[in-house]
Design a protein around this ligand. Structure first.
Ligand code: DQA
Length: 143
């Protein structure tokens, strides 16, 4: 069975209560349930992690290539700042799809740059929790 790693970055554990006008009312648990439903239907295995710690995310990506076919990641605020996460994805060479709930290009200027997009196969953003579903389907099409 093919294996996919899902990483949710900082503050995404607060979804549902965190700035609902921007991120919606869907909780991370609900997002994960939807992803698990898709995975079950498509007969793939998902490992889902959430971390608020940049180094922990770097470590997860560092060992991912050996264990997983692909990575679905919402790097959250680290999208805009983390050379370390970008380098970890580039170094591992793992097939990566980046997702965001919000359309970062319609928001504050500091969010309008992703350090991760250049090392991802593609990016899906702006569809709320559904961005994850679409991202997973895109990955499944590729592996
Ligand atoms: C986010 C967008 C980021 O700018 C922000 O820091 C997040 C969530 C999104 O999914 O829309 O935490 O990645």
């Amino acid at each position: 069975m093919k294996k996919i790693l899902v990483i949710h970055g900082p503050n995404l554990d607060l979804l549902g209560q965190r700035e609902p006008k921007i991120y919606g009312k869907t909780t991370l648990i609900q997002i994960n349930q939807e992803l698990k439903k898709i995975a079950k239907k498509k007969n793939v295995s998902l490992t889902i992690k959430q971390s608020n710690h940049e180094g922990e995310i770097v470590d997860l990506i560092g060992t991912a290539k050996k264990k997983y076919e692909a990575l679905l990641i919402n790097p959250a605020a680290y999208t805009h700042t983390s050379v370390a996460i970008r380098d970890a994805i580039a170094a591992s060479g793992i097939l990566t799809v980046e997702v965001h709930l919000s359309n970062i290009y319609s928001r504050e200027e500091f969010r309008q740059k992703s350090l991760i997009s250049p090392v991802a196969k593609g990016t899906i953003l702006g569809f709320g929790g559904k961005s994850y579903n679409l991202g997973l389907l895109a990955l499944l099409d590729l592996i």
